[in-house]
Design a protein. Structure first.
Length: 94
């Protein structure tokens, strides 16, 4: 699949009162002026897309977590955590 958006990874940063999301590879600005929460979500977009594409590529007749599937689920959880600022494992740790 060809990518029509700026490839990730992207990073949300804050300088003074300004929020910015930029490509980590090129420094190109993806978004500016977003709230911190929106910046996190925007910055996580490439990882979220990648995780969802991997999950959708699964053979729907075999839903076991064998092979690379467990890794795909962990990547999806990490992408959601990055986008929301949550930690899916925090409840298990406490």
């Amino acid at each position: 699949m060809s990518t029509k958006h700026t490839p990730g990874p992207w990073l949300a940063t804050r300088s003074g009162s300004k929020n910015r999301v930029a490509s980590m590879d090129t420094g190109e600005t993806i978004a500016a002026g977003a709230t911190a929460e929106d910046g996190r979500l925007i910055a996580a977009a490439p990882d979220l897309l990648d995780a969802l594409e991997n999950l959708l590529a699964w053979d729907e007749t075999d839903l076991s977590l064998t092979g690379g599937k467990a890794k795909d689920v962990v990547a999806a959880l990490a992408a959601v955590d990055s986008a929301t600022g949550r930690n899916h494992y925090a409840d298990e740790i406490e």
